[in-house]
Every structure is written in structure tokens, then in C-alpha cells.
Ligand binder design. Structure first.
Ligand code: UDP
Ligand code: MG
Length: 139
């Protein structure tokens, strides 16, 4: 059954380029409520654990370097059908294939540096949210 929460990160490239405000504006305008949010930076160990499912992929080393090179904005978002609707809002992993108006089409540079993360299932949304936030940081 679909739940109403998802997890996102505005990745280091989006923060470096000053896109935090524009991306949050789009998230709000699309009907998501912010349940939890912070500026934080992942350690190598954090990124290796967060992306463990990709550990055998050829891009894993680069992904860990990229995701740890500067601060990110981590957030939990609430909306009906949150996981699916947020994946639609961010667009395809590769910005060249992302639909017009999606966050990745607007702000991502490449398949690697693609501006934003969105959970791919309700189960992962819960795991990823709990990775970054304690219950006391969720509202
Ligand atoms: N990634 C990459 N090269 C690829 C595929 C993915 O560098 O060929 C990176 C990219 O930052 C992506 C992340 O690894 O967002 C996780 O990949 P996934 O396939 O889960 O894409 P997503 O769920 O983020 O759309
Ligand atoms: Mg994914």
C-alpha cells in the first residue's frame, strides 16, 4: 500500500550552484509538506551505506566522491502518493531523458550529478528517512 512520505536530498551540485531555494519552491508548489529538513554533509562511510545497493556498479566510487564533496539538504516530504509523485517531479535519472519542467531537466548537469534524490519505494523512503533523521526531528 502506498504511504504518504518520501525522502529527498538536494545533492552537492545543486547546493553549490545555489539552487536550494528554487528546488524547494518547486517542491512546495507541487503540494509536498516538509516533515523534516537539514543542511548536512555525508561522510564516505555514510554514502557507502546509503548507496550500498549500488556498491558493485562501476560508478560507485564516483558516486561516493560526489555525494560527500559538500553539503546536501536532506528532507522528508509528505503528500498523498508521495514516492511516485516525487519521482515524477524530479524526472529520469539521466537529465537528458527527463521530462520538461522536472527538477532534473531544469537543474541537473549529467546522469551522475543529477541535483536531487528521491526514494524509489515506501520501504526505502522509511529506511532513508531514518538514516538521516531521528524521530524528534520529524514534524
Ligand atoms: N548514477 C551514476 N551513473 C549511472 C547511474 C546512476 O552516477 O549510470 C548515480 C546518480 O547520481 C543516481 C545515483 O547514482 O542518482 C543512484 O542511481 P539510481 O539508479 O538509483 O538512480 P535514481 O534512483 O537516483 O534516479
Ligand atoms: Mg535510486
Amino acid at each position: 500500500m502506498a504511504t504518504n512520505r518520501t525522502f529527498t536530498m538536494l545533492k552537492p551540485d545543486a547546493v553549490e550552484k545555489g539552487h536550494i531555494g528554487a528546488i524547494l519552491e518547486k517542491i512546495n508548489a507541487s503540494g509536498f509538506r516538509i516533515v523534516a529538513m537539514k543542511l548536512t554533509q555525508m561522510t564516505k562511510a555514510d554514502a557507502q551505506e546509503f548507496y550500498a545497493i549500488h556498491s558493485e556498479r562501476p560508478f560507485f566510487g564516483e558516486l561516493v566522491e560526489y555525494m560527500t564533496r559538500g553539503p546536501i539538504v536532506a528532507a522528508i516530504l509528505e503528500k498523498d502518493n508521495a514516492v511516485e509523485d516525487f519521482r515524477a517531479l524530479i524526472g529520469a535519472t539521466n537529465p537528458a531523458e527527463a521530462a520538461e519542467g522536472t527538477i532534473r531537466k531544469l537543474y541537473a548537469a549529467s546522469i551522475g550529478e543529477n541535483a536531487v534524490h528521491g526514494s524509489d519505494s515506501d520501504e526505502n523512503a522509511a529506511i532513508e528517512g531514518a538514516f538521516h533523521f531521528s524521530g524528534r526531528e520529524m514534524f
